[in-house]
Design a protein around this ligand. Sequence first.
Ligand SMILES: CCCC/N=C1\SC[C@@H]2[C@H](O)[C@H](O)[C@@H](O)CN12
Length: 671
Amino acid sequence: MGGLRSYVSKLLICMAVLAVKQALPDRSFTIDYDSNTFLKDGQPFRYVSGSFHYSRVPAFYWQDRLDKMKMAGLNAVQTYVIWNFHELKPGEFNFDGDHDILSFLKKANDTGLAVILRPGPYICGEWDLGGLPAWLLNIPGIVLRSSNDLYMAHVTEWMNFFLPKLRPYLYVNGGPIIMVQVENEYGSYQTCDHQYQRQLYHLFRANLGPDVVLFTTDGPGDHLLQCGTLQDMYATIDFGAGSNSTGMFQEMRKFEPKGPLVNSEYYTGWLDHWEHPHQTVKTAAVCTSLDQMLALGANVNMYMFEGGTNFGFWNGANYPTFNPQPTSYDYDAPLTEAGDPTPKYMAIRNVIGKYLPLPAGPIPPPTKKYAYGVVDMEFTATIYDVLDQLCPYGPILTDYPITMEAMQQYQGFMLYRTKLPQNYATPANLTIEGIRDRGYVIIDQVWVGTLNRVNATSMNITGSEGMTLDIFVENQGHINYGSGLYDPKGIISNVTLDGAILQKWSIYSLDLDNILPKLQSLHRQRNRKMGNFIQERAPHWRDGGYVPSFYLGSFPNLSAIDPPQDTFLKSSGWTKGQAFINDFNLGRYWPRAGPQVTLFVPANLLRPSPVQNTVLFLELERPPCFNQTETCTVEFIDRPIINSTVAARPDETFRDRKYIPEGHDFTDLRH
Ligand SMILES: CCCC/N=C1\SC[C@@H]2[C@H](O)[C@H](O)[C@@H](O)CN12
């Protein structure tokens, strides 16, 4: 029955496409190899494009950003299609709201912007697992980004399901899509499997037809282009500001002796990593190289033009030193993370104006920002207080730890629990080589140390037989680039104590999506019982060993500003955790590491008065109100702070040390 339904739906799509085609004047987008140019409806066409990933900006603001891109003089927009954003869990698809890519394509078309589409299946992009769904990691024997049958079976199923949806949006059918990229910088990956590329080529042709231009993108190097290109797919390159554009395009000419020059990713800025300074690229350098390329008649896509945000758990990570990217994807792009035109935007617009007509009319102004001020954050529950709600189906019991993906969880946090098999009166060495990525070691609900995959995979612990040993594990984002792409999470090795393998584990998959109502109920109960319960210290504070806990705050009266406006959530004073606005997972905060200290809160996340808005923190390490003297607050300000870190506190090493009651020495854990 399913097959018949699929056949009928494809037939209907084809009939609709044919009907549209008959109604349309001849539309075409092709390559003229004699004149080294693209032809759009038979006329020479050069695109000046910008990258804007729909998954990184709320649908509420898509039109605002597209309008600003249009007013910058762009005639095209480039976006990835992010597979895991639409199929986080196998067979569960999401094309609604912020995931409604077809709506995004329609808006681009209505704005008069052509679309350069990059459906992967792998897309890199500082996005979790480069856009590949993490459930692929659960398939024994799979080889990512290759002609491996196990991998291609799922790629084929996804593409045969998704690509037909694009047909009405192809330029020849009346839509905005002029070009489609196959894979992504494949020449940079170790498999270098032309059979894979050929399979993808046929998959794209079978679903998109013969008319759309298929292309590849690779760095401008022989080996990269050798492995990344394939006949019948136009080979393009990517490079940043300061490069010798003529020299770069000579590299491209080795593989495309004729045809239009294309830089598919011209870097206007660069990506960030937690614990590293915010990256910027000077406007003058960006404009000089852009001018050079446009003077050569090249087609250029600026990566990024609007960077946006890695909301939720969507950031990726780099390798070989594991380096997760922050929540902000500002990228020092011409439009800020909040969509505001910058001096770089104006300078780029002036360069474009030398080569293309600039649309008449005002440039859309920055969106309004509002400083909602300070919000009290009240301790509400430890993870243990709500473990039943976080893991409603209870733990899975196993002899040895299994990965997060094997537990059919693909993002966020997991709790691994066992019992100490004997007394350890003197320090015993706990080792978890396969901690992916950070692990909070907790004994009988008292934190005793923090492990991480980079430089702290072991520590000493003491305890008595039968005590509960918990490892609360954070997945900080799957590696999105390079040979470390196969990056399962959770605990991917055995756990040993003085060399003995610990067995009999209870593994709790933790779902944060629906925890807010339970926390609000607890919050009300505490308020009723404790009056101003902020003075109440949760049990873990009495023991000194903080455990990951939830803090709730109510937004100040929004009637001050109606409708709500964009704002920035400042997390200074907090250490590391996950922030939620109402029921939306806003992203990770880690001001102790930096460079990001504020989280962008788009206005559409806020509810107008009189509805109460909530801000929820899951603080993993140390809240500002840890000591009796401090209070826990956050502040909503009207500007971003993404290039700073909060000055370390005098007791900054507190969280790097194994805390044990007085009278014991500290074991210093570096991180
Ligand atoms: C030196 C490593 C180059 C890896 N490629 C990168 S880093 C920033 C950008 C984005 O990830 C983009 O998605 C990649 O295609 C190219 N690129």
